[in-house]
Ligand binder design. Sequence first.
Ligand code: NAD
Ligand code: LMR
Length: 333
Amino acid sequence: MAKDPVRVLVTGAAGQIGYALVPMIARGIMLGPDQPVILHMLDIDPAAEALKGVKMELTDAAFPLLKGVVATTDVVEACKGVNIAVMVGGFPCKEGMQRKDVMPRNVSIYKAHASALEQHAAPNCKVLVVANPANTNAIILKEFAPSISEKNITCLTRLDHNRALSQISERLNVHISAVKNVIVWGNHSSTQYPDAKHATVTTNSGEKSVRELVADDHWLHTEFVAIVQQRGDDIIKARKLSSALSAASAACDHIRNWVLGTPKGTWVSMGVHSDGSYGVQPGLIYSFPVTCQKGEWSIVQGLKIDEYSRAKMDATAEELIEEKSLAYSCLNE
Ligand code: NAD
Ligand code: LMR
């Protein structure tokens, strides 16, 4: 029997990531090739015409899994009955601006979107925040949607995770599908800590540790970390626009693993509510290694953390604490 459609909200749907993401969702890349979807697309008035155009293109693409499209600038209409919400809309950090310059705009957007989701989304709606500052926007969303479980509010660090996998694959000259279990700890920012010390590569003679194969902690501590941390900026320099197709693809990976599960023996990185694991302040939205089963994520426990990693994990937590306090100060302005 055919499955009932799942309603997926994409905010900022007329933007770059939105334009790459909605066809992926409609093709089944996010939720599987047998899962019909109804797309809810939200943008703001200045983008209303462009949003109409995206809706026309979705219709013209004749996707078999796409059972309906809601394209609107009304946040309440957009949130009605959604099972999954991918929050891409936000005020961008333009050239010459710092995160703190855009914080007041984003805090007010995420406060409003939180209320609409809380009141109108389907029960148990799963939320993924993509728009930057992703971890802190997710905290604001959690603050203003108290009835949505903290287990259901996450942010995107899967793009960083995928970037880390690809750097290991290039360095060791192995296919990306052979590499697993890198970790991105902390903030989706340049303080994130990409960690390959627990990662492995599947070879003809079994599973080997990346640390052993690289045989060079110096590279793992310097070039590897720097490339992954700065990849977003390097893409902006090259494209004069921020990453979009890789961000959309990572958003699909994040939701697919969350809903359908992670393969046995494999973890992925997700920005999730900290319960104090690994000494991270409870209540922060921090990127951890997680496994997913039956629609629920759990933080991988018991990994050995050396002194180098500890310092990096603490530094990115420190930045998140500062961002959180800046965001809360904007609420009082
Ligand atoms: P974009 O500017 O092309 O698109 C953003 C869209 O959001 C625009 O269409 C805009 O009109 C819309 N928007 C603005 N305010 C809105 C509101 N209140 N409600 C609904 N829509 C609204 O930007 P983009 O390149 O698509 O990137 C979107 C966000 O994702 C940015 O914040 C970017 O920094 C972030 N990003 C995050 C990651 C990640 O890995 N977490 C990766 C890449 C980009
Ligand atoms: C990325 O990691 O590619 C983006 O978050 C960069 C950005 O600032 O939009």
